[in-house]
Ligand binder design. Sequence first.
Ligand code: ZN
Length: 110
Amino acid sequence: MRMILGYEPCDKCKEKMALGITLIECSEEPLNKNQQPITPKNSAFTLYPTGNWFVVRDEFITRTFNDPYAASAISHRKAFIDTSIGEALRKERSAATDDSNIGKNETSEL
Ligand SMILES: [Zn+2]
């Protein structure tokens, strides 16, 4: 059993995340009652990571999302997505044959 002290990714995950923009799938409900939110305490909303994340290209962001979300995702190199978008990305990934970087689903070790 590991002590979970935060949501800082390990070096292996950081390497993958550096390849593009990381979309972190989050739920508004905690997965268990002890789960800590990934959002700061003073944030306008409270989100809990599901453990799924996706690394996508900048072009995918600009094609899929509108500003200011797209601009924010591109400048921060990461963004939170809800589970319905996560589900759509998983479907797109299983349909994709020539674009392995889109919707790449990794189970994080967060
Ligand atoms: Zn990791």
